[in-house]
Design a protein around this ligand. Structure first.
Ligand SMILES: NC(=O)c1ccc[n+]([C@@H]2O[C@H](COP(=O)([O-])OP(=O)(O)OC[C@H]3O[C@@H](n4cnc5c(N)ncnc54)[C@H](O)[C@@H]3O)[C@@H](O)[C@H]2O)c1
Length: 395
Protein backbone atom coordinates (compact mmCIF):
# COMPACT_ATOMS: atom_id res chain seq x y z
CA UNK A 1 0.00 0.00 0.00
CA UNK A 2 2.62 2.49 -1.10
CA UNK A 3 0.49 5.39 -2.33
CA UNK A 4 -1.22 7.66 0.15
CA UNK A 5 -4.50 9.58 0.25
CA UNK A 6 -3.94 12.64 2.43
CA UNK A 7 -7.16 13.82 4.05
CA UNK A 8 -8.42 16.98 5.79
CA UNK A 9 -11.72 17.00 7.71
CA UNK A 10 -13.98 20.01 8.30
CA UNK A 11 -16.15 19.88 11.46
CA UNK A 12 -15.58 18.13 14.76
CA UNK A 13 -19.00 17.48 16.19
CA UNK A 14 -21.32 14.47 15.61
CA UNK A 15 -20.35 13.71 12.01
CA UNK A 16 -16.78 14.94 12.51
CA UNK A 17 -16.43 12.23 15.14
CA UNK A 18 -18.10 9.53 12.99
CA UNK A 19 -15.92 10.37 9.98
CA UNK A 20 -12.72 10.59 12.04
CA UNK A 21 -13.40 7.13 13.42
CA UNK A 22 -13.96 5.77 9.91
CA UNK A 23 -10.69 7.25 8.60
CA UNK A 24 -8.86 5.77 11.61
CA UNK A 25 -10.37 2.30 11.35
CA UNK A 26 -10.62 1.67 7.62
CA UNK A 27 -7.06 0.37 7.18
CA UNK A 28 -7.50 -2.09 10.04
CA UNK A 29 -10.63 -3.70 8.59
CA UNK A 30 -9.89 -3.32 4.86
CA UNK A 31 -6.31 -4.58 4.40
CA UNK A 32 -6.93 -4.71 0.63
CA UNK A 33 -7.02 -0.87 0.44
CA UNK A 34 -5.21 0.49 -2.63
CA UNK A 35 -4.38 3.84 -1.02
CA UNK A 36 -3.29 4.45 2.55
CA UNK A 37 -5.36 7.20 4.21
CA UNK A 38 -3.32 9.78 6.12
CA UNK A 39 -5.21 12.03 8.54
CA UNK A 40 -3.40 15.32 7.95
CA UNK A 41 -5.62 18.03 9.45
CA UNK A 42 -8.95 18.76 11.13
CA UNK A 43 -10.48 22.20 10.56
CA UNK A 44 -12.98 24.20 12.63
CA UNK A 45 -13.54 27.88 13.46
CA UNK A 46 -12.67 27.63 17.15
CA UNK A 47 -8.97 26.79 17.66
CA UNK A 48 -9.35 25.62 21.27
CA UNK A 49 -12.25 23.31 20.43
CA UNK A 50 -10.57 21.79 17.38
CA UNK A 51 -7.30 21.34 19.26
CA UNK A 52 -9.19 19.71 22.13
CA UNK A 53 -10.36 16.84 19.90
CA UNK A 54 -7.46 16.63 17.43
CA UNK A 55 -5.42 13.93 19.12
CA UNK A 56 -8.34 11.79 20.26
CA UNK A 57 -9.86 11.88 16.77
CA UNK A 58 -6.48 10.97 15.24
CA UNK A 59 -5.54 14.07 13.22
CA UNK A 60 -1.97 15.36 12.95
CA UNK A 61 -2.88 19.08 12.93
CA UNK A 62 -5.74 21.33 14.05
CA UNK A 63 -6.38 24.36 11.80
CA UNK A 64 -8.95 27.17 11.68
CA UNK A 65 -8.73 28.54 8.12
CA UNK A 66 -10.43 26.54 5.38
CA UNK A 67 -8.97 28.77 2.66
CA UNK A 68 -5.41 28.26 3.95
CA UNK A 69 -6.05 24.52 4.17
CA UNK A 70 -6.95 24.40 0.49
CA UNK A 71 -3.69 26.11 -0.52
CA UNK A 72 -1.66 23.20 0.86
CA UNK A 73 -0.26 20.61 -1.52
CA UNK A 74 -0.10 17.88 1.14
CA UNK A 75 -3.89 17.35 1.06
CA UNK A 76 -5.62 15.25 -1.61
CA UNK A 77 -9.17 15.01 -0.27
CA UNK A 78 -11.43 17.26 1.80
CA UNK A 79 -14.15 15.69 3.96
CA UNK A 80 -16.94 18.20 4.76
CA UNK A 81 -19.12 17.71 7.88
CA UNK A 82 -20.14 21.33 8.48
CA UNK A 83 -23.83 22.41 8.49
CA UNK A 84 -25.75 22.22 5.22
CA UNK A 85 -25.55 25.86 4.08
CA UNK A 86 -21.75 25.66 3.95
CA UNK A 87 -21.49 22.55 1.77
CA UNK A 88 -21.86 24.04 -1.72
CA UNK A 89 -19.35 26.85 -1.27
CA UNK A 90 -16.83 24.60 0.47
CA UNK A 91 -17.18 22.03 -2.32
CA UNK A 92 -16.66 24.67 -5.03
CA UNK A 93 -13.51 25.94 -3.31
CA UNK A 94 -12.12 22.45 -2.70
CA UNK A 95 -12.76 21.39 -6.30
CA UNK A 96 -11.14 24.57 -7.65
CA UNK A 97 -8.08 23.71 -5.54
CA UNK A 98 -7.99 20.24 -7.16
CA UNK A 99 -9.06 18.30 -4.05
CA UNK A 100 -11.35 15.26 -4.13
CA UNK A 101 -14.47 15.87 -2.04
CA UNK A 102 -16.48 13.77 0.41
CA UNK A 103 -19.50 15.66 1.78
CA UNK A 104 -22.23 15.06 4.30
CA UNK A 105 -25.85 15.07 3.17
CA UNK A 106 -27.83 16.95 2.06
CA UNK A 107 -25.54 18.27 -0.67
CA UNK A 108 -26.98 21.80 -0.30
CA UNK A 109 -29.93 23.78 1.00
CA UNK A 110 -31.55 24.11 -2.47
CA UNK A 111 -31.40 22.46 -5.89
CA UNK A 112 -29.59 25.37 -7.58
CA UNK A 113 -26.71 25.17 -5.05
CA UNK A 114 -26.59 21.38 -5.35
CA UNK A 115 -26.28 21.66 -9.13
CA UNK A 116 -23.53 24.27 -8.73
CA UNK A 117 -21.62 21.90 -6.43
CA UNK A 118 -21.92 19.11 -9.00
CA UNK A 119 -20.79 21.42 -11.80
CA UNK A 120 -17.75 22.48 -9.74
CA UNK A 121 -16.47 18.92 -9.15
CA UNK A 122 -17.15 17.95 -12.76
CA UNK A 123 -15.26 20.99 -14.08
CA UNK A 124 -12.30 20.23 -11.81
CA UNK A 125 -12.35 16.51 -12.66
CA UNK A 126 -12.06 15.49 -9.00
CA UNK A 127 -13.77 12.51 -7.35
CA UNK A 128 -16.87 13.16 -5.26
CA UNK A 129 -19.10 11.21 -2.91
CA UNK A 130 -22.07 12.12 -0.69
CA UNK A 131 -22.32 10.48 2.73
CA UNK A 132 -25.52 8.47 2.53
CA UNK A 133 -23.83 5.90 4.75
CA UNK A 134 -26.91 3.66 5.11
CA UNK A 135 -26.31 2.19 1.65
CA UNK A 136 -23.34 0.49 3.33
CA UNK A 137 -25.26 -1.15 6.18
CA UNK A 138 -24.67 -4.80 5.19
CA UNK A 139 -28.37 -5.75 5.58
CA UNK A 140 -29.38 -2.91 3.21
CA UNK A 141 -26.65 -3.84 0.72
CA UNK A 142 -28.00 -7.40 0.91
CA UNK A 143 -31.49 -6.08 0.10
CA UNK A 144 -29.97 -4.38 -2.96
CA UNK A 145 -28.34 -7.66 -4.07
CA UNK A 146 -31.61 -9.57 -3.63
CA UNK A 147 -33.64 -6.99 -5.58
CA UNK A 148 -31.02 -6.85 -8.36
CA UNK A 149 -31.14 -10.66 -8.59
CA UNK A 150 -34.91 -10.46 -9.12
CA UNK A 151 -35.78 -12.12 -5.82
CA UNK A 152 -38.54 -9.59 -5.13
CA UNK A 153 -39.88 -9.62 -8.69
CA UNK A 154 -41.74 -6.53 -9.80
CA UNK A 155 -41.65 -3.86 -7.07
CA UNK A 156 -45.11 -2.58 -6.11
CA UNK A 157 -44.56 -0.56 -2.92
CA UNK A 158 -41.85 1.40 -1.10
CA UNK A 159 -42.72 2.46 2.46
CA UNK A 160 -39.98 4.53 4.09
CA UNK A 161 -39.85 5.93 7.62
CA UNK A 162 -37.25 8.03 9.36
CA UNK A 163 -38.65 8.77 12.81
CA UNK A 164 -36.99 10.47 15.78
CA UNK A 165 -38.29 12.27 18.88
CA UNK A 166 -35.46 14.49 20.15
CA UNK A 167 -37.15 17.79 19.19
CA UNK A 168 -40.44 17.21 21.06
CA UNK A 169 -39.55 19.22 24.13
CA UNK A 170 -40.17 22.99 23.70
CA UNK A 171 -36.94 23.50 25.69
CA UNK A 172 -34.79 22.18 22.83
CA UNK A 173 -33.19 25.40 21.57
CA UNK A 174 -32.82 27.08 18.18
CA UNK A 175 -29.91 24.99 16.91
CA UNK A 176 -28.90 25.18 13.24
CA UNK A 177 -31.09 22.18 12.42
CA UNK A 178 -34.29 24.24 12.93
CA UNK A 179 -33.14 27.29 10.94
CA UNK A 180 -34.00 27.31 7.23
CA UNK A 181 -31.11 29.58 6.23
CA UNK A 182 -28.60 27.05 7.63
CA UNK A 183 -30.38 23.70 7.28
CA UNK A 184 -32.49 24.32 4.17
CA UNK A 185 -35.32 22.25 5.62
CA UNK A 186 -36.09 20.24 8.77
CA UNK A 187 -36.88 16.56 8.93
CA UNK A 188 -37.24 16.65 5.13
CA UNK A 189 -33.57 17.30 4.27
CA UNK A 190 -32.16 15.84 7.46
CA UNK A 191 -34.02 12.52 7.61
CA UNK A 192 -36.15 11.97 4.53
CA UNK A 193 -33.11 12.67 2.32
CA UNK A 194 -31.65 9.35 3.55
CA UNK A 195 -34.89 7.49 2.75
CA UNK A 196 -35.08 9.08 -0.70
CA UNK A 197 -31.50 8.03 -1.45
CA UNK A 198 -32.29 4.45 -0.40
CA UNK A 199 -35.51 4.42 -2.42
CA UNK A 200 -33.64 5.65 -5.53
CA UNK A 201 -31.06 2.90 -5.04
CA UNK A 202 -33.38 0.03 -4.15
CA UNK A 203 -36.50 0.84 -6.19
CA UNK A 204 -35.67 3.45 -8.86
CA UNK A 205 -36.10 7.10 -9.77
CA UNK A 206 -39.07 9.09 -8.49
CA UNK A 207 -41.29 10.74 -11.06
CA UNK A 208 -43.63 12.90 -8.98
CA UNK A 209 -44.61 13.65 -5.39
CA UNK A 210 -47.40 14.98 -3.21
CA UNK A 211 -46.33 16.26 0.19
CA UNK A 212 -47.45 17.87 3.40
CA UNK A 213 -45.34 19.07 6.29
CA UNK A 214 -45.81 20.87 9.60
CA UNK A 215 -43.93 22.80 12.28
CA UNK A 216 -45.49 21.69 15.56
CA UNK A 217 -43.50 24.01 17.88
CA UNK A 218 -42.88 27.39 16.28
CA UNK A 219 -40.95 29.25 19.00
CA UNK A 220 -37.84 27.99 20.77
CA UNK A 221 -35.26 29.62 23.09
CA UNK A 222 -32.03 30.81 21.47
CA UNK A 223 -29.01 28.53 21.83
CA UNK A 224 -26.31 29.63 24.31
CA UNK A 225 -23.37 28.38 22.21
CA UNK A 226 -23.95 28.45 18.42
CA UNK A 227 -21.29 25.77 18.00
CA UNK A 228 -23.25 23.27 20.08
CA UNK A 229 -24.58 20.29 18.20
CA UNK A 230 -27.42 18.00 19.28
CA UNK A 231 -27.84 18.37 23.04
CA UNK A 232 -26.93 22.08 23.07
CA UNK A 233 -28.74 24.15 25.73
CA UNK A 234 -30.38 27.57 25.93
CA UNK A 235 -29.22 30.09 28.55
CA UNK A 236 -31.55 31.03 31.47
CA UNK A 237 -34.15 33.52 30.23
CA UNK A 238 -32.96 33.27 26.62
CA UNK A 239 -34.85 35.19 23.92
CA UNK A 240 -37.19 33.16 21.74
CA UNK A 241 -36.52 32.46 18.05
CA UNK A 242 -38.84 31.32 15.27
CA UNK A 243 -38.56 27.83 13.81
CA UNK A 244 -38.95 28.05 10.02
CA UNK A 245 -38.42 24.41 9.01
CA UNK A 246 -40.70 21.37 9.13
CA UNK A 247 -40.84 19.22 12.27
CA UNK A 248 -42.58 16.41 10.40
CA UNK A 249 -43.23 15.60 6.73
CA UNK A 250 -45.23 13.03 4.76
CA UNK A 251 -44.70 12.35 1.05
CA UNK A 252 -46.52 10.22 -1.50
CA UNK A 253 -44.44 9.23 -4.51
CA UNK A 254 -44.87 7.72 -7.95
CA UNK A 255 -41.74 5.96 -9.17
CA UNK A 256 -40.83 6.03 -12.88
CA UNK A 257 -41.03 2.21 -13.00
CA UNK A 258 -44.63 2.25 -11.77
CA UNK A 259 -44.04 1.47 -8.09
CA UNK A 260 -45.88 3.52 -5.46
CA UNK A 261 -44.10 5.01 -2.48
CA UNK A 262 -44.80 6.62 0.87
CA UNK A 263 -42.26 8.44 3.00
CA UNK A 264 -42.58 9.76 6.51
CA UNK A 265 -39.92 11.71 8.44
CA UNK A 266 -40.31 13.42 11.78
CA UNK A 267 -38.56 14.51 14.94
CA UNK A 268 -41.86 14.22 16.84
CA UNK A 269 -42.51 10.46 17.02
CA UNK A 270 -42.41 9.78 20.78
CA UNK A 271 -40.33 6.71 21.52
CA UNK A 272 -38.75 6.51 18.07
CA UNK A 273 -35.07 7.39 18.53
CA UNK A 274 -33.55 6.59 15.14
CA UNK A 275 -36.23 4.54 13.40
CA UNK A 276 -34.80 4.56 9.88
CA UNK A 277 -36.87 1.82 8.36
CA UNK A 278 -38.38 0.61 5.10
CA UNK A 279 -40.60 -2.08 3.70
CA UNK A 280 -40.52 -3.08 0.03
CA UNK A 281 -43.29 -5.25 -1.40
CA UNK A 282 -42.72 -7.02 -4.72
CA UNK A 283 -44.52 -9.68 -6.76
CA UNK A 284 -42.31 -12.41 -5.27
CA UNK A 285 -41.93 -11.24 -1.68
CA UNK A 286 -41.20 -8.50 0.83
CA UNK A 287 -38.10 -7.06 2.53
CA UNK A 288 -38.18 -5.11 5.80
CA UNK A 289 -35.31 -3.18 7.43
CA UNK A 290 -35.07 -1.12 10.62
CA UNK A 291 -31.81 0.57 11.59
CA UNK A 292 -32.49 0.03 15.29
CA UNK A 293 -31.94 -3.69 14.49
CA UNK A 294 -29.45 -2.97 11.74
CA UNK A 295 -27.85 -6.41 11.46
CA UNK A 296 -31.17 -7.95 10.43
CA UNK A 297 -33.17 -8.09 7.20
CA UNK A 298 -36.67 -9.55 7.29
CA UNK A 299 -37.66 -11.50 4.18
CA UNK A 300 -40.98 -12.96 3.11
CA UNK A 301 -40.69 -15.29 0.11
CA UNK A 302 -44.00 -16.03 -1.65
CA UNK A 303 -42.45 -19.28 -3.04
CA UNK A 304 -41.86 -20.86 0.35
CA UNK A 305 -43.91 -24.03 0.95
CA UNK A 306 -47.36 -23.18 2.32
CA UNK A 307 -46.59 -24.65 5.74
CA UNK A 308 -43.44 -22.52 6.06
CA UNK A 309 -44.86 -19.24 4.75
CA UNK A 310 -43.93 -16.32 6.99
CA UNK A 311 -41.27 -13.72 7.55
CA UNK A 312 -37.78 -15.00 8.26
CA UNK A 313 -35.02 -12.89 9.81
CA UNK A 314 -31.70 -12.99 8.01
CA UNK A 315 -28.83 -11.84 10.17
CA UNK A 316 -26.55 -10.21 7.59
CA UNK A 317 -23.31 -10.87 9.44
CA UNK A 318 -21.91 -13.93 7.64
CA UNK A 319 -18.81 -13.71 5.44
CA UNK A 320 -21.05 -14.12 2.36
CA UNK A 321 -22.92 -10.89 3.15
CA UNK A 322 -21.86 -7.50 1.73
CA UNK A 323 -18.82 -5.97 3.48
CA UNK A 324 -18.65 -8.83 6.00
CA UNK A 325 -16.02 -11.14 4.48
CA UNK A 326 -12.40 -10.53 3.53
CA UNK A 327 -11.63 -10.98 -0.18
CA UNK A 328 -10.90 -14.48 -1.50
CA UNK A 329 -12.68 -16.26 1.34
CA UNK A 330 -10.18 -14.89 3.84
CA UNK A 331 -12.60 -15.08 6.80
CA UNK A 332 -14.60 -12.39 8.57
CA UNK A 333 -13.73 -8.76 7.89
CA UNK A 334 -15.17 -7.69 11.21
CA UNK A 335 -16.13 -10.51 13.59
CA UNK A 336 -17.34 -14.13 13.29
CA UNK A 337 -20.96 -14.54 12.15
CA UNK A 338 -23.55 -13.09 14.56
CA UNK A 339 -20.91 -11.09 16.45
CA UNK A 340 -22.77 -8.03 15.34
CA UNK A 341 -21.57 -4.68 14.00
CA UNK A 342 -22.90 -1.14 14.57
CA UNK A 343 -23.59 2.36 13.27
CA UNK A 344 -19.92 3.28 12.90
CA UNK A 345 -19.31 0.42 10.47
CA UNK A 346 -21.60 2.06 7.90
CA UNK A 347 -19.12 4.96 7.80
CA UNK A 348 -16.07 2.68 7.69
CA UNK A 349 -17.58 0.77 4.74
CA UNK A 350 -18.43 4.06 3.02
CA UNK A 351 -14.92 5.46 3.45
CA UNK A 352 -13.49 2.21 2.05
CA UNK A 353 -15.54 2.58 -1.15
CA UNK A 354 -14.55 6.25 -1.33
CA UNK A 355 -10.83 5.40 -1.15
CA UNK A 356 -11.24 2.65 -3.76
CA UNK A 357 -13.07 5.13 -5.98
CA UNK A 358 -10.28 7.69 -5.73
CA UNK A 359 -7.71 4.95 -6.49
CA UNK A 360 -9.68 4.09 -9.65
CA UNK A 361 -10.37 7.77 -10.42
CA UNK A 362 -14.13 7.05 -10.32
CA UNK A 363 -16.63 8.81 -8.07
CA UNK A 364 -18.33 6.06 -6.07
CA UNK A 365 -22.11 6.03 -5.70
CA UNK A 366 -23.83 7.81 -4.18
CA UNK A 367 -21.90 10.67 -5.72
CA UNK A 368 -22.98 14.25 -6.34
CA UNK A 369 -25.05 13.19 -9.40
CA UNK A 370 -27.10 11.02 -7.02
CA UNK A 371 -27.17 13.83 -4.45
CA UNK A 372 -28.60 16.27 -7.01
CA UNK A 373 -31.34 13.74 -7.79
CA UNK A 374 -32.18 13.52 -4.09
CA UNK A 375 -32.11 17.32 -3.76
CA UNK A 376 -34.51 17.55 -6.73
CA UNK A 377 -36.99 15.33 -4.84
CA UNK A 378 -36.58 17.47 -1.69
CA UNK A 379 -37.33 20.57 -3.77
CA UNK A 380 -40.34 18.87 -5.40
CA UNK A 381 -41.65 18.00 -1.91
CA UNK A 382 -41.43 21.64 -0.82
CA UNK A 383 -43.20 22.81 -3.99
CA UNK A 384 -45.89 20.13 -3.67
CA UNK A 385 -46.52 21.18 -0.07
CA UNK A 386 -46.76 24.88 -0.98
CA UNK A 387 -49.02 24.23 -3.99
CA UNK A 388 -51.02 21.45 -2.29
CA UNK A 389 -50.68 19.47 -5.52
CA UNK A 390 -48.77 16.65 -7.23
CA UNK A 391 -45.44 17.95 -8.59
CA UNK A 392 -43.04 16.41 -11.13
CA UNK A 393 -39.49 15.99 -9.80
CA UNK A 394 -37.41 18.62 -11.67
CA UNK A 395 -34.55 17.44 -13.92
N1 LIG B 1 -24.88 10.75 7.41
C1 LIG B 1 -25.62 10.90 8.49
O1 LIG B 1 -26.27 9.95 8.91
C2 LIG B 1 -25.66 12.22 9.20
C3 LIG B 1 -26.02 12.28 10.57
C4 LIG B 1 -26.00 13.53 11.19
C5 LIG B 1 -25.67 14.67 10.48
N2 LIG B 1 -25.36 14.57 9.16
C6 LIG B 1 -24.97 15.77 8.38
O2 LIG B 1 -23.67 16.16 8.81
C7 LIG B 1 -23.52 17.57 8.83
C8 LIG B 1 -23.11 18.02 10.22
O3 LIG B 1 -24.06 17.54 11.14
P1 LIG B 1 -23.62 17.23 12.67
O4 LIG B 1 -24.71 16.37 13.22
O5 LIG B 1 -22.22 16.76 12.71
O6 LIG B 1 -23.77 18.68 13.25
P2 LIG B 1 -23.40 19.19 14.69
O7 LIG B 1 -24.43 20.17 15.04
O8 LIG B 1 -23.12 18.05 15.61
O9 LIG B 1 -22.00 19.92 14.38
C9 LIG B 1 -21.91 20.99 13.46
C10 LIG B 1 -20.49 21.47 13.36
O10 LIG B 1 -20.42 22.60 12.47
C11 LIG B 1 -19.89 23.75 13.15
N3 LIG B 1 -20.58 24.94 12.64
C12 LIG B 1 -20.15 25.67 11.62
N4 LIG B 1 -21.01 26.65 11.37
C13 LIG B 1 -22.02 26.55 12.23
C14 LIG B 1 -23.20 27.29 12.45
N5 LIG B 1 -23.51 28.37 11.69
N6 LIG B 1 -24.04 26.88 13.42
C15 LIG B 1 -23.73 25.79 14.15
N7 LIG B 1 -22.63 25.05 13.97
C16 LIG B 1 -21.75 25.44 13.03
C17 LIG B 1 -20.07 23.48 14.63
O11 LIG B 1 -19.12 24.18 15.39
C18 LIG B 1 -19.91 21.96 14.68
O12 LIG B 1 -18.55 21.61 14.68
C19 LIG B 1 -24.87 18.13 8.37
O13 LIG B 1 -24.80 18.40 7.00
C20 LIG B 1 -25.85 16.99 8.62
O14 LIG B 1 -26.96 16.99 7.75
C21 LIG B 1 -25.36 13.38 8.53
Amino acid sequence: MAKQLRVALVGYNFMGRAHSNAWRQVKFYFPELKLEPVMVAICGRNKAKVEAVRERFGWAEAVTSYDELLKRDDIDLVDITSPNNQHAEMIAKAAAAGKHVFCEKPLATCLADAKAALAAVKKAGVCHMICHNYRRAPAIALAKEMIAAGELGEIYHWRGFYLQDWLMSPDVPMMWRVQKKIAGSGSLGDLMAHSIDLAHWLVGDIDSVACTMKTFIKKRPMLADVDAGLGGKAAEGAKMGTVDVDDGVITLARFKNGALGTFEATRFAAGRKNYNAFEINGSKGTLVFNLERMNELEYYNCSDPDKALGFRTIQATADCHPFMGLPGGGGPRYWPVAHIIGYEHTFINTVFDLIEGVAKKQSPAPNFEDAVKTQAVLEACETAHKQDAWVKVPK
